[in-house]
Every structure is written in C-alpha cells, then in structure tokens.
Design a binder for this molecule. Structure first.
Ligand code: SAH
Length: 351
C-alpha cells in the first residue's frame, strides 16, 4: 500500500467521506494490502453496531413478468425464451408462512414490473402478510411506481423498499436502459420512497457494461449523500439472452472492496452479501460478509419457479427447499466466524 492510499483509507475511516476524485483514486490504485486494511476497518465498525450478527431476509420472487426492457436483465420483456410465471396472493402468503415457520421476520417481495400487481392487488397482499404476521417486516422490490402507489403500499403496511439506482451517472444510465426509462424518474422514485417513510435501499451492479471507475466513484458519492438505510451491490453477471450476453462479468474482488468502502462511508448501513456475489465465487457471500456485508437473502420462492427468475446466468440456490437454503447459509456464516440473526433487523435509529 502506497503512502497516499494509506492516507485516503485512514481519512475515510475517520471522516466517512472522500471527494469523488479521491474515491476514484482509491479504486484505481487499490492493491491487496489496501483491500485487507479497508476490510479489517469495515469489519471493526460493523462489529461496533451489529456485533457478528448477519440478518436474514426471506426473498420471495413473485413474478418474472416485466414491462421493462433493461439491457442487462434476463427477465426483460424482449427475452422471448423466458418462461414466464406469476405468483398469486395465496402462493405469496404460503411462502411468507413458510418463512415465519422457519423463524424469518423480514420478507422481501421482489419481481419484474408486472402490471397484474395493481395497487389494490399489492396492497391486499401486504395487508394479508401484516395481519397474519404483525411482527414481520415487509420489504418491497417491485421497481418504479408512482408516488401515489408507493404511498398506498406504505399505508397498507410496507416497511422498506429496495430500488437500486443502478448508476449515478445519467449518461451511463441511458446505456443500460431503454429510451423510455430515465435516470430522473429513478431518482424521483428514491426521493418519494424516502419521503414516504420507507427504509430505503439503493444500489448498483459492479462491472456493468460501459461502467468506468469514475462512475463507481460517483455511485459512492451518491451513497454518501443519499444515506440509504440499505445498499445492494453485486457483480454484473451476463445473461445469454440479453444484448449484454458477451460482456464480461463484474469482479468479486472489486465488489468486496466496494462493500468495505460503503460500510466505512455509512457504518450502520444494512449491506447484503448478494446472490450474484455467491454466483461468481463459491465463497462469494462469505467474502462479502468479511468485507463488511451484514445481510443475507435466502430464497423463499416456491422451488418450481426459482429457475425461471433468471436475472443472470448460473444463478445459485435454485434447487433447495427454503429450509435447506437457510440451513446452508447459517452454516456458511458460522464457518466464516459470524452468526445468523433471525428477527426484523431494523436500521438502528439515528442519534
Ligand atoms: N424489477 C425490480 C426488481 C428486480 S431486479 C427492480 O427493477 O428494482 C433487481 C436487481 O437485480 C436490479 O436492480 C439489478 O441491479 C440486478 N440485476 C439485474 N440483472 C442483473 C445481471 N445481469 N447481473 C447482476 N445483477 C442484475
């Protein structure tokens, strides 16, 4: 580690911020020693707030029908070879019940932007879960909706919302998305969610096509200023039926480095070790946790549809039952020196 990298790391550790230029410099000049230094610091601040706890969120993939056409995503509407499915309210409640039985107290309902889930339908599902399991947090990850829609869902009881900003550079955003989608609307959604009182998650892919180190530095500045309660990052993984089929996947090493930086920017942030990270490396999620991540998201979807929720190639965890998925994660986390925490795992209130 050069003197300059040591200086930047130490300043980030002490002040939780750097300029965009400095993030860029740190990312460009990082080496193994810098990464180990940052990971140790990130692990130490996480322990300060969360100990060795890793929170569990049960992921229910409610539909792979999508009206959007994001160029990176395997369930984009232009993918004719995707076998589509949608879960009914009853299916979703059954998954939530299984999650409860297994001790999970946060469910994440994620899906493509499927017009079937109107506000009425979706509010009914959220209320159904909240009535049956009042101590269970409900997180939604259903893409872009109107402010009014977010308001109704919040009123129905939704606690949290995950909407990755994908990239903080409008021009880069334009190269990853079809012309009818816009960076401004994405940001509007994030602001609305925040204002409506959701615990809000943003995030981005590491190594997405056309991404520059400068873009990643801008993503870090965005995380620094937006101060999300949650931040989802994972490597880009190509999907064979998308325009990005031949693009290289994102790096596990860089993803872990960024997890450490984000933990140091925002010590209390809830930071998942994602399935994409686990897909790119057999120990990917463990590496992510050691770098500063403190959330895992085992799959609670019905086993017969998991293969179809294919955002990218070779997605892991599509075989096992939900109980096996949790048991597997628990033993991996324990082996890495951490412990699984069931329970809601809310973002700690700011002093
Ligand atoms: N439709 C919803 C939720 C599903 S997509 C939404 O848009 O928010 C969830 C996340 O998966 C996306 O935000 C994106 O960052 C990630 N993702 C999609 N395709 C991917 C790929 N090929 N590789 C890695 N991550 C991908």
């Amino acid at each position: 580690m050069e003197v300059r990298e040591k200086e930047l790391s130490d300043r980030l550790i002490a002040e939780h911020r750097l300029s965009t230029e400095e993030y860029e410099e740190l990312l460009t000049n990082r080496d193994e020693e810098t990464a180990a230094y940052m990971a140790a610091a990130a692990d130490a601040v996480r322990r300060q707030y969360y100990g060795t706890k890793v929170f569990v969120r049960g992921l229910i993939e409610i539909s792979n029908i999508c009206k959007n056409d994001c160029l990176y995503c395997g369930i984009r509407r232009s993918n004719r070879s995707c076998e589509r499915y949608r879960l009914s309210a009853e299916d979703i409640l059954a998954c939530a019940e299984e999650g409860q039985r297994l001790g999970i107290r946060t469910v994440v309902l994620q899906g493509g932007e499927d017009p079937y889930y109107t506000d009425d339908v979706m509010c009914g599902i959220v209320r159904g879960i909240k009535e049956r399991y009042p101590d269970c947090a409900v997180t939604l990850s259903l893409g872009e909706r109107s402010r009014e829609s977010y308001r109704k869902l919040r009123e129905a009881g939704a606690d949290r919302y995950l909407l990755r900003h994908e990239t903080a550079d409008p021009e880069h955003y334009g190269r990853l998305h079809p012309p009818e989608m816009s960076y401004d609307n994405r940001m509007r959604c994030l602001r609305d969610l925040r204002e409506l009182g959701y615990q809000t998650g943003c995030g981005f892919m590491v190594g997405s096509p056309y991404q520059t180190v400068r873009n990643l530095a801008e993503d870090l500045t965005f995380v620094e200023t937006f101060r999300p309660e949650m931040c989802g990052i994972g490597p880009f993984v190509p999907h064979h039926e998308t325009p990005f089929a031949a693009e290289p996947a994102g790096s596990v090493e860089l993803t872990c480095f960024l997890l450490s930086v984000i933990r140091l920017i925002h010590p209390k942030v809830l930071l998942p070790a994602t399935t994409a990270l686990g897909t790119m490396h057999p120990q990917g999620r463990e590496l992510g946790i050691k770098a500063g991540a403190n959330v895992v998201m085992p799959n609670l979807s019905p086993t017969d549809v998991r293969r179809q929720y294919e955002l990218y190639d070779n997605k892991i965890c599509t075989g096992e039952e939900s109980a096996q998925c949790i048991a597997c994660l628990a033993s991996r986390i324990k082996a890495a020196g951490y412990e699984i925490a069931l329970g809601r795992g809310d973002f700690p209130k700011e002093e």
